[in-house]
Design a protein around this ligand. Structure first.
Ligand code: SF4
Ligand code: SF4
Length: 367
């Protein structure tokens, strides 16, 4: 294991977590997928040795957890080797998967390689609607089989449910399903509207009534199931008045590595056109964390425009989400329009109030 030298020479805190996007390949086609609209091909992906080296470098600058994601990370034949590399570096590994390729045999190989935790996404509690959302026939049934295999293998399980207009009314059944699957945690993630999801916003945006009901359901379930199932639920941005402390601050505790090796302060940062990001193919990870202009650009509060600059909440939310600011205003340095003090707040408030069409359009699936 590399010895962590967490006090970086730039005086920064060490990153705690890394999202390793091992591939963009995925058998599903979710209309809210946060992968960029232009995907990396198999030939562009870092190879096994390069990913194992990324794990070593990450451990050396203080990373404690690697979230192994995609696309579908188990579409890679060398997934167990990458897990073994991270495990040897002393990093806690979390597989983030759709579950549709996760057979018992594969799971056993991953567990033997040192895998610590599995997170499976579900599209709905209703099998037919779930398969329609992911555009993958039989996917829901495969996910349930995989989730049961995870628990039988003795691994901790998180269920991740991305919620939106076309499944939010099933939240009580989604919670019951996660409980029945013996998950330790349920993450209820509201769709974030950048990248592919922005294209499907009219099909996905929930009504205010749906959000209010879901918020009550999640709060009541969290109380009733305390000690059995931890439930994470955050009010969706378009129905909030203040932004979230996105990524716990840009370049603060987290980075993502794309299938091609580019290092991002946020997994969606490639949706910000015009920003350059360094690659592990050309620079050491430590240099990127400490010196990359893209990481430094929105660190702290000095970059902020008004109204953030003189706002009493600026250290709490750090100005919100850069990807959302760019998606809605075209200016990556703007105050997040979710904030009621932003001059662009009308873009969010008007969409939330009147942006839900009477007839729900069909999904535009990724080709
Ligand atoms: S959101 Fe859906 S399509 Fe995108 S990587 Fe995850 S499972 Fe695949
Ligand atoms: S003005 Fe800026 S700092 Fe103040 S609450 Fe809004 S986003 Fe946060």
């Amino acid at each position: 294991m590399a010895s962590p030298d967490s006090a970086t020479s730039a005086g920064l805190e060490p990153p705690l977590a890394m999202l390793a996007e091992l591939t963009h390949r995925c058998p599903l086609q979710c209309p809210y997928c946060s992968n960029p609209t232009s995907l990396a091909n198999r030939d562009d992906e870092l190879d096994t040795a390069q990913w194992v080296d990324v794990m070593r470098q990450a451990a050396a600058i203080g990373v404690l957890q690697a979230h192994l994601s995609g696309g579908e990370p188990t579409a890679r034949k060398d997934f167990a080797d990458i897990v073994a590399g991270a495990h040897a570096a002393g990093i806690y590994t979390n597989l983030i998967t759709s579950g549709v390729l996760l057979t018992r045999e594969r799971l056993e190989a991953y567990r033997s390689a040192g895998l610590d935790h599995v997170q499976i996404s579900i599209q709905d509690s209703d099998p037919e609607n779930a398969d329609r959302i992911g555009n993958y026939a039989g996917g829901h049934a495969r996910k349930l089989t995989a989730a049961r295999a995870v628990r039988e293998a003795g691994l901790p399980l998180t269920i991740n449910a991305v919620v939106h207009r076309q499944n939010l009314d099933h939240l009580p059944e989604i919670i019951a399903l996660a409980h029945e699957l013996d998950a330790q945690r349920l993450e209820i993630a509201n769709v974030q509207y950048y990248g592919w999801a922005l294209r499907n916003r009219a099909a996905l945006m929930p009504t205010r009534e749906q959000v209010e009901r879901a918020t009550e359901v999640a709060a009541a379930a969290a109380e009733a199931l305390a000690g059995e199932l931890a439930i994470d639920y955050v009010v969706p941005d378009y129905h909030a008045r203040r932004p979230k402390r996105c990524m716990d601050g840009w370049g603060n505790r987290f980075f993502a590595v794309t299938p091609r090796g580019r290092v991002l302060p946020c997994h969606a940062a490639e949706t910000i056109t015009g920003m350059e990001f360094s690659s592990v193919l050309h620079r050491p990870l430590r240099w990127i964390w400490e010196n990359d202009p893209a990481f430094n650009r929105f660190r702290g509060t000095d970059w902020m425009p008004e109204p953030c600059r003189s706002c009493e909440f600026k250290n709490r939310d750090l100005g919100g989400c850069r990807c959302q600011a760019f998606a809605l205003t075209g200016d990556v340095g703007a105050t997040d329009p979710v904030c009621e003090f932003s001059p662009h707040h009308g873009l969010v408030a008007d969409t939330a109030a009147s942006g839900v069409p009477v007839a729900t359009p069909d999904y535009v699936y990724r080709a």
